[in-house]
Ligand binder design. Structure first.
Ligand code: NI
Length: 250
């Protein structure tokens, strides 16, 4: 069991994405980092949301999630723990080939603010190197465990830092009904939802969330697609939690 007690500390320091509207109805072609797949999405009035999964991969649960997402033709973002990669190489390859975004969540699931520069490079760099071996060159954006960063981490990240705006705390009670309800109650256009693909209950909840929000007109995109569609340029060392449309846009 991992400790998440410090979740959310310091989130107020982080700025939201400044989102720019794209022309309504313009088909936008997106190149995926780490995946190479291309998708076409209608921009404009569609409500966008990014499902993100931390702490995997885990063969059984991640496989079931990938199958469920494929059935629904939905893409998500996976922030992987380096020490869990061995033995899951084929799964990760499939993940990227299906168009999902792949990022890093450190090698040992450690709090990055506790690390020396050398240890940070080991935790993040080693995981990126493993992903490069499997997927080829890619950016592999970082999600810091517990969502906690400081100025050093921002300097060292070598890419954007992806946080979240909706957290159903799916690790806590593993109660699928409660997790689904927590997300549906809070979700808004442009949100980044935090979940964990290592729990059966989270996989069940995620697929129910996809079905419910799809029927409400939401389109599921990767974090990279979300930023791209909202005209947000990913910057090194900057934290992103959501990409809502700016005030006044339809
Ligand atoms: Ni985590």
């Amino acid at each position: 069991m991992r400790q998440y007690g410090l979740r959310g500390v310091g989130l107020g320091l982080f700025s939201l994405c400044v989102a720019l509207a794209l022309g309504p109805g313009t088909p936008e072609e997106i190149q995926m980092a780490g995946g190479g797949a291309q998708v076409e999405i209608e921009t404009g009035p569609a409500k966008l949301v990014a499902l993100t999964f931390d702490d995997g991969p885990r063969l059984s649960t991640t496989r079931r999630l990938l199958d469920g997402l494929e059935l629904r033709e939905v893409n998500a973002t996976f922030f992987l723990v380096g020490q869990r990669i061995e033995g899951c190489e084929d799964l990760i390859e499939e993940m990227a080939e299906a168009g999902h975004q792949v990022g890093v969540h450190t090698f040992d699931h450690v709090m990055v603010t506790d690390l020396s520069r050398e240890d940070f490079d080991l935790q993040v760099g080693k995981t990126r190197a493993l992903l490069t071996d499997i997927l080829g060159e890619g950016e592999f954006w970082l999600r810091p465990p517990y969502g906690i960063v400081d100025e050093s981490v921002e300097c060292w990240a070598d890419g954007p830092l992806i946080l979240w705006s909706v957290d159903p705390e799916d690790w806590k009670d593993r109660d699928t009904d409660r997790i689904v309800a927590a997300v549906l109650e809070h979700v808004q256009d442009g949100d980044i939802i935090l979940m964990h693909d290592i729990y059966e209950s989270s996989v069940d909840a995620a697929l129910r969330i996809v079905d419910a929000l799809t029927s409400q007109g939401y389109v599921f995109v990767t974090v990279e697609q979300l930023m791209d569609l909202r005209g947000v340029e990913p910057e090194c060392g900057v934290c992103y939690r959501a990409c809502p449309l700016p005030e006044g846009e339809p």
